[in-house]
Structures are given as C-alpha cells and as structure tokens.
Design a protein around this ligand. Sequence first.
Ligand code: NCD
Ligand code: ZN
Length: 422
Amino acid sequence: MPTTLIQNGTIISSEESAKKDLFIKDGIISLKNAEETADRIIDADGLLIFPAFIDCHVHFREPGNTHKADMESESCSALAGGVTTVCEMPNTNPPTVSIQNLKGKVEIASEIPNCDIRFFFGVTEMKHIDQLSDLFTKDEYTELRKRCCGVKVYFDNSTGNQKANEEVVEKLFEIASNLNIPVVAHCEDAEINDASAVLIKETGIQNHSLMRPPKSEIVAIEKALSLVRKYGTRFHVAHLSTAGGLSIIKKAKKEGFSVTCEVAPHHLFLDEGDYVRLGALGKMNPPLRKKEDRQALLEGVNDGTVDCVSTDHAPHTLEEKNAENPLDAPSGVPGVETLIPLLLTAASKNQISYEKIHEVCFVNPNKIFNLRKEEIVEGSKTKIVLIDPNKKVVIHGENLKSKCGWTPFEGMKVMGQIVGVI
Ligand code: NCD
Ligand code: ZN
C-alpha cells in the first residue's frame, strides 16, 4: 500500500491541539516516525485535521422509504460532510424492532463503503423488549449486537408512529438498565401535544411550534428522569430544543444521574423566525423554538451540559414537503452534510472552539454509544478529515449529496470546507 505524509496540519484532539506531521503506512497512523518522504505528500499548512466525525442521530430511510433516501445516498452525503460513523434510527419500514429486522439492515449496511452505520433498536411493544434482551444476552448474537448502539423510544408520535405507552416505557427503562444499554428518547409529551393541537384552528406553519410547545418537552424529560431515578438507566435525550429542558438536565447531571443529551444544528442555528422563509422546510419534531432557546442551547454546548451535536438527519422529498396545508407536511429535515460547516462557522465567530466540535461530534458520542472509534494517536487506524477553516462556501441543496436535494440552511454563507477524508 502506498505511504502518505501529511505535513504542517493542525491536529485537533481532546488534549492539546498542535501542528504535527502525520505518516500513514498500511492504514496505520504514526506521529513520531514521520519519514522525510512518502509515495504521496500532502501539504496541510493552514488546514485542521480531525478524526472523522460521528453523527449519533440519523434517519437513512432504508428499508421502506428509499424514495426519500437510502443508505448509499446518505452515506455519500455524510462523507462529503466529514462524517464516517452514524447511528441510524429504527423508524424504517419495517421498523428495527426485531432481531430479524436488525439483521436485514446490518446486511445492507455491510455493502456500504466509507460509512460505519450502527443501528438503534426500536421499542413500541412489550415483545420488542424481549427481542432486545435476546439480542444482548444470547451468545449467537455476539457479533450482531456490536452493530446496535442502543435503544430508541418515542414518547409521542413522529414520522413512523413509534410511540410507546407508559407501561412499555417503564419496562424498557428497567430492562435496559439491567442490560446496561443506553436508552435514547424522543422527549415530547403526547397528552400536552394533543391538547395543544386541538386549540389550533389556522393552517400557518408557525402553528407547528404552538402545537408542540416547550412544556411538552419539559414534562416528557421530567417523566423520564423519574424512571432514571428509579432504575438507574443510562438515559440520553434526543434533539433537545428548549432552555427549560436544558436546565432540568443540568440539574439532573449535578445530582449525579446518568443523563446525557444532544442538540441538532437546526435548533442551534434556526428559530421560529425562519418559518417565513422556510415554510414546511422548517418543520420538524420537536419544532423550531425561540431565539432565547437557541442561545441557551449554545451555552449548554459550551458549558458541557450538552454532550453531542447530532443532526436528526431526516430527509423527505420536496414533493412531500410541499403539501397543500404545510401542517400536513411530514416532519424532518436533512443535516448530516452541513453539520460540520455550520459548527466551523460558529467557531469562526468565536462561539465554539475546534476542541469543542471534536468533543461533541466525536469524543462524547463515541463514549455514550460505545462505538470504539480511535483518536488520532500513534498506531491508530482512524479515518481523518482535512478541513480548510477559512474557505467560504454558500450552502445550496442542489450541491448536497443527500437524495432529497434540499436543505433548511439554503443560501447560508458558511466558513469552513471539508477538503478530504483519508
Ligand atoms: C423524524 C423522521 O422524519 O424520521 N422526523 C423529525 O421531525 N425529527 C422522526 C423523529 O425522529 O421524530
Ligand atoms: Zn430523529
């Protein structure tokens, strides 16, 4: 295999970021023994080098909804965005609620180059919990369970209607604790959402945020935390969207509970004011919130309350999004390819550091979901991303690799481009 020497780049790590030469032979990285020459020499002066990123919340739609997206198209999109590991959600058709269905997805993923796709197991009924127990206890599934990064549960319906009732939820928290598997939850309270929705009589898209109000997220998180207190479950809040939710999590962390959370770029970089421009292209669950929530979430990222920034990459076709009544359009937006450019842009405004980006898009998801990815250290085989932090780019859906061909960040000027993944 030809050798590669990458000179003068700045390597970002959890310790101290530093300018170092990197020598790669047979896929193995060496920092100490960088030889003078190699078959290929890359001048990385002015470039940042990160271990390739992890997006711990994506929907790749395969099987069942491949008109929206598929593993191959969305893996290309991830790669173009510097992401080479993703955790994929169970709301496919069929959903990932049985060992057999998980096997089917793992088989498709094994044919996909350049992206390590791990899968969340879904639970909507008691029998799915039995399947989950078998997966994590029976010897015959030792290899298969390595492809499963945790279990996902919905407290209210979203795309795919996977809401579990309270009895199922409580049993899941108990069993997942025994099995030491992280439970990821979509935290919106069904009763509050239902009661809020009936009050809405108009069709404007901005009503989506009123139909799924902040209180819904706050109550759902509180209910889940009462189960965490009872069973000691490792609990991860998906796509946290409110300042109120954030402060509850901050308190629970201080009390020592095993709680982690993620925020999505659309909740960091968009808010309710963007409905005018986006229409249903700004519709997702939980919905866009206020400017103050955005600011609080960004503070949460920087003070360590927020563990991960992950995209909830949830593509739908433009045709589906252009429903006559925008409130009938499906919820969800793509994001895996724009995650890192958006965060680098925040870095260019001193809102976040490069080390923090590395932490929330690599170190923390790697640890929480036990993905076993390596940092850029002597002897590691990790994939690396070269980034030009000073390159200006305008985001256009038509230039992105995702099958859906649109983005809620259309027209945004970003600072930072993925130069390549090695
Ligand atoms: C997701 C989707 O479309 O799969 N949509 C969304 O708005 N987030 C479903 C989900 O995770 O809620
Ligand atoms: Zn999701």
